[in-house]
Write a protein that binds this ligand. Structure first.
Ligand SMILES: [Zn+2]
Length: 340
């Protein structure tokens, strides 16, 4: 382990104390938000701390080692990645990895009411799936030798299922990443890569995307925002404009000291990328340098911006975003104290 890092604070008991002889508790950091919100970036930044294992959009794991092999950030595809094949071997001592794939049915936004009900019902199918996810998280922690695991899947339903893993002794914390939705619109126009989106990929209109941005953020706030000490809202723009202050706040929330990560960013040292199984393409950079993506401010067509603002402006304003030049004022994210 590299010198100079401060270890994570001891991981205390979660919802229920683990039984005597049970393995040490594990901390899960689950990243929420709409697509293209900078979640993969934050995931990778956190993973550069030696106590944190960054996994990306972990929901991709079962299919990436089964029928739809995907490239891991290490360059290996599917089972060829030694890390993920070791994780698979670990969990298959208890159940086949296809069980995890089946559980994906509970994670869609449409299934949310049913999932919420079943997640609160001991012995239900969702409870069983949560136990499987807890085994997966444990295997990741064991294979990476890191006590904290980050999953940036973003699905609110999966977030609820993860909450259930507290009964298996896990400590679960949520970071809600918010990014100006006009950045999402431009990102969708610019590329056809559907990864990182919380709904089944299909062509969406600007109006659809604006509604989806509102829905993702409102659900993240409603379902997780009331969990005191377990929820932190972070703006992508603040991470970009003030990485030191924002990461200090995130580090305090996660229970690690990110000072060395901040120093690396300040010195423009590339951050290492481990075995990130799904998410934004930036995970394929072998090392990451922080660079704000503000292209939308110059390139987003005015009609897209008007549509977005008409549908989502009320919420964007609450997050401290302002209307852009086409709407009469310069587009800037105004710093605003976070009340969450
Ligand atoms: Zn890998």
């Amino acid at each position: 382990m590299k010198g100079g890092w401060t270890r994570a604070e001891p991981i205390g008991p979660a919802a229920s104390d683990p039984a005597p002889g049970a393995p040490a508790p594990l901390r899960l950091v689950y990243i929420l938000g709409a697509g293209r919100c900078g979640s993969t970036l934050l995931d990778v930044i956190l993973g550069s701390h030696p106590d944190i294992c960054s996994t990306g959009e972990l929901f991709h794991f079962p299919e990436s080692v089964l029928d739809r092999p995907q490239p891991c950030s290490c360059g290996a595809v599917g089972n060829a990645c030694t890390f993920w094949s070791s994780v698979r071997a670990d969990i298959e001592q208890q159940f086949p990895v296809t069980d995890l794939k089946r559980g994906r049915q509970y994670e869609t936004t449409r299934s949310l009411p049913r999932t919420a009900f079943l997640a609160a019902t001991p012995g239900s199918s969702v409870d069983v799936y949560a136990r499987r996810l807890a085994v997966l998280l444990r295997a990741i922690s064991t294979q990476s030798h890191r006590p904290i695991v980050v999953d940036s899947s973003k699905y609110p339903s999966r977030g609820l299922i993860m909450w259930r893993t507290r009964s298996m002794g896990n400590d679960v914390r949520y970071i809600h990443m918010v990014r100006d939705g006009r950045g999402l619109l431009w990102s969708k126009r610019r590329t056809v890569d559907g990864q990182g989106l919380g709904l089944a990929p299909r062509e969406r209109t600007t109006g659809d995307l604006a509604v989806w941005w509102v829905l993702s953020n409102v659900l993240s706030t409603l379902l997780f925002g009331f969990r005191r000490g377990r929820y932190l809202r972070v703006r992508y723009e603040d991470l970009m404009s003030d990485p030191a202050g924002t990461l200090e706040r995130i580090g305090r929330f996660v229970g690690v000291d990110l000072a060395d990560v901040v120093a690396a960013i300040r010195n423009q040292q590339p951050l290492p990328v481990g075995h990130v199984v799904g998410g934004n393409r930036l995970r394929f950079n072998r090392a990451l340098v922080l660079k704000p993506d503000t292209e939308w401010q110059k390139n987003l067509p005015p009609e897209d911006e008007r549509t977005f603002w008409g549908i989502a402006g009320w919420l964007a304003r609450r997050y401290g975003y302002e209307a852009h030049a086409v709407l009469g004022r310069p587009g800037q994210a105004t710093p605003r104290p976070d009340t969450s």
